[in-house]
Design a protein around this ligand. Structure first.
Ligand SMILES: Cc1cc2nc3c(=O)[nH]c(=O)nc-3n(C[C@H](O)[C@H](O)[C@H](O)COP(=O)(O)OP(=O)(O)OC[C@H]3O[C@@H](n4cnc5c(N)ncnc54)[C@H](O)[C@@H]3O)c2cc1C
Length: 295
């Protein structure tokens, strides 16, 4: 499909159309699609919960995994997941089955594939601390089963070429004390719902927390007086200063302006250069450089 609007597929409800867009419901379909476009890299969209798409579009063909990739199954000591499986479904299945260790993903929106790419979790723990293996396909048709040591997981990221498409993962989830599992999930969910924003379009934490002992990102944004600041339809949430919300009709450019201004002020006032947690599609290199998004 050509010129497919992406805004509705992003949690921010922001983003221009994709020049080409396809859904792949099976590995065979995925391989056919990749062959059709000559093995060039594609942009893989998960739940759009950590992604800012340019108003001019993503700058390349976009792929969503669907069908069999949405499945997941609780096994003896693990959960077998398709990369398009909703994280919330996987986490609630672990919780109901009294399985250990997935509470760090409680109330984290998106898909398993997005979580693998982001090493989603808390400041202390990421999904790769639990991944037994993940299978990835490259646009040239090569498929590999990867372990933790192959992807170099770090705080909110991994060292793996962006061309890799995660298909499946096996996540450790051994049986635990059901009451403790329930209590831990409940406690974390409650804390997140109380402190973060779930009732407005947002992509969660905008900036990574700098290394300790520096203050956390929200404290820095607060310190420079940007909490509540608005550009067009985008606002730094009055509830959580590290979240930017779309209060109505926001453009990607509005979010960029808020981010650039925040980063500049934090740098001037504290000497700290914030690094974005969110990923960007379709922006020129100079914008990414200004945001600190080029590693
Ligand atoms: C209210 C709220 C709270 C949040 N809380 C947390 C939190 O506590 N901890 C945390 O870590 N994050 C948090 N997030 C951010 C977000 O939920 C996570 O980063 C999540 O893992 C994103 O998954 P996604 O499927 O939406 O990825 P997307 O936003 O769709 O994509 C993110 C990146 O992953 C890549 N990607 C997606 N699927 C695949 C795949 N199959 N193969 C290869 N690459 C892929 C994309 O290309 C992109 O580069 C929060 C977000 C919100 C809105």
């Amino acid at each position: 499909m050509r010129d497919v609007p992406l805004a509705e597929l992003s949690r921010w409800k922001i983003g221009g159309p994709a020049p080409a867009f396809a859904r792949a419901g099976s590995e065979r379909e995925l391989r056919e699609l990749l062959a059709e476009i000559g093995g060039q890299p594609v942009l893989v969209l998960g739940g759009g919960a950590n992604l800012l798409i340019s108003d001019d579009g993503p700058g390349g063909p976009v792929l969503m995994l669907d069908g069999e990739f949405k499945a997941f199954e609780v096994r003896e000591r693990s959960i077998h997941c398709g990369a398009a499986a909703p994280l919330s479904g996987v986490v609630q299945a672990a919780r109901r089955a009294g399985r250990e260790g997935l509470w760090m993903l409680e109330a984290v929106p998106g898909t398993v594939g997005g979580a693998l790419r982001m090493n989603a979790g808390t400041a202390e723990e990421g999904i790769w601390d639990r991944v037994l293996w993940a299978e990835a396909l490259w646009p040239d048709g090569r498929k590999e089963r990867l372990g933790r040591e192959d992807v170099g997981p770090r705080y909110r990221g991994i060292d793996l070429t962006p061309a890799a498409i995660f298909l499946w993962a096996e996540i450790s989830a051994p049986p635990g004390d059901a009451a403790r599992v329930e209590e831990e999930h409940g406690r974390r969910r409650e804390a997140k719902l109380a402190a973060q924003v779930y009732d407005q379009p947002t992509c969660g934490s905008t900036w990574k927390n700098p290394d300790p002992p520096a203050p956390s990102a929200w404290q820095l944004v607060d310190r420079v007086g940007m909490r509540g600041a608005c550009r067009g339809g985008a606002q730094i949430s009055p509830k959580h200063a590290n979240f930017i919300v779309n209060v109505g009709g926001a453009w990607a450019q509005d979010v960029i302006e808020l981010m650039v201004e925040t980063r500049r002020r934090v740098h001037e006032e504290t000497g700290i250069l914030l690094e974005p947690e969110i990923h960007f599609w379709g922006f020129p290199e100079e914008v990414l450089r200004e945001l600190g998004a080029l590693r």
